[in-house]
Design a protein around this ligand. Structure first.
Ligand code: CAA
Length: 379
């Protein structure tokens, strides 16, 4: 066992921390209030190599391991979870799937630009009637000559309007159930592809979440990833890694709120002494620190398993389940430590509390993680 980070891990973590403080912090409250996508900041994240961290350098990626990725995700999420979900989707749901299962032509055409952050991508699985029940895909892709014709609606798509490339899951043969689902690369601007309204959300308000409508959209056969019928496995495999990214995001939200609460507790005086000297607050801080450390170990373990080429589906589900529960608990307590100041925007913790909630919902709700975990245990 070795609990030490390598020099490279520390350098990546410190670079992400520095970027978050210098580039993301200043406008984060305004972007949250206005629901404004962090466009310039995401562009800089691409320039610094944060948008394709694990991709092979030959496709313009950083060639880093998953541990580096989760360390960067944690630091960026401490400050701005709207920026970090954009980063997470691009890295783990779009670049990873394309690199692992895409054709050489697809990698040349799309992955290189996605990994460098020149463009960003979106992952389109959820539908109005297929959220947790992801096998119930209604979006269809019918093969007509040398292309597919795509019809249907996708919901709650992260990077919905800012993406240029969309990985779209669709039924190619409904009679085969989930084994008749395929996955396609769709480009923005294709005829019949309409981006719906932006969702007005509780948290991660800077992230652009949209519904997408496909009406007779022509997709060339060369834009199908893998064989027909591979789409559901693609989605599940991709989400196994995606959940490590969201677990790291949840960890960062929790750690960010905890750091603010700890600092505040040393400054704020009540009954003649800093509130950190009151046992009621000390116990809260102790619980927060313990939960965060446990979540961090689960996140790092899942990342390590992935890097070692071992099975990580079970570990990523556990990491996401636990880290997202910790994010919710810790942010609620961070608001409590701040008292009335915690309830106003200026102190950041109310935003982190709102942002925390989505980590229990997207990339598989906590209940879905329990299904994944329990099936692994019982099988
Ligand atoms: N890894 C690999 N394969 C998996 C898997 C996993 N974690 N979970 C299921 N599968 C495979 C199964 O082995 C099975 O394959 P075979 O038929 O070849 O054996 C197939 O998928 C179907 O699985 P089930 O029979 O278990 O199907 P089910 O309907 O009972 O349950 C589910 C499937 C696990 C509930 C799945 O539907 C699921 O994960 N749902 C949640 C979907 C989700 O996470 N959505 C997130 C949307 S993306 C998002 O949020 C991104 C964003 O913008 C931030």
């Amino acid at each position: 066992m070795n609990f030490e980070y390598t020099e490279e891990h520390v350098a990546v973590r410190d670079a992400a921390r520095e970027f978050a403080h210098s580039e993301l912090l200043a406008g984060v409250i305004d972007r949250d209030t206005e629901g404004k996508f962090p466009k310039e900041q995401v562009k800089k994240m691409g320039e610094l190599g944060f948008m394709g961290m694990m991709v092979d350098p030959k496709y313009n990626g950083g060639g880093m391991d998953t541990i580096s990725y989760v360390l960067a995700m944690e630091e960026i999420s401490k400050i701005d979870a709207s920026a970090s979900v954009c980063m997470s989707v691009n890295n783990s749901l779009v670049c990873w799937g394309l690199e692992k299962y895409g054709s050489e032509e697809q990698k040349e055409k799309y992955l290189k630009r996605l990994a460098s952050g020149e463009i960003i991508g979106a992952f389109c699985l959820s539908e109005p009637e297929a959220g947790s029940d992801a096998t119930s895909q209604k979006t269809s892709a019918e093969l007509v000559g040398d292309h597919y014709v795509l019809n249907g609606t996708k919901n709650w798509i992260t990077n919905g309007s800012s993406a240029s490339v969309y990985l779209v899951i669709a039924q190619t043969d409904a009679s085969k159930g989930h084994k008749g689902i395929s996955v396609f690369i769709v480009e923005k601007g294709q005829e019949g592809f309409v981006i719906g309204k932006k969702e007005d959300k509780l948290g991660i308000r800077g992230s652009d979440t949209h519904s997408l409508m496909f009406s007779d959209v022509k997709v060339p056969i060369s834009n199908r990833i893998g064989d027909e019928g591979f789409g559901f496995t693609f989605a599940m495999e991709t989400l196994n890694g995606g959940r490590i990214g969201i677990a790291a995001q949840a960890l960062g939200i929790a750690a960010g709120a905890y750091e603010l609460a700890l600092a505040y507790s040393k400054e704020r005086k009540a009954f003649g002494k800093p509130i950190s000297q009151h046992q009621a607050i000390q116990f809260k801080l102790a619980d927060m620190a313990t939960q965060i450390e446990a979540a961090r170990l689960l996140v790092l373990k899942a990342a390590w398993l992935k890097d070692e080429g071992k099975d990580y589906a079970f570990a990523s589900a556990m990491a996401k389940l636990y880290a997202s529960e910790v994010a919710m608990n810790v942010t609620i307590e961070a608001v409590q430590v701040h008292g009335g100041y915690g309830y106003v925007k200026e102190y950041h913790v109310e935003r982190l509390m709102r942002d925390a909630k989505i980590t229990q919902i997207y990339e598989g709700t906590s209940e879905i993680q329990k299904i994944v975990i329990s099936r692994s245990i019982i099988r």
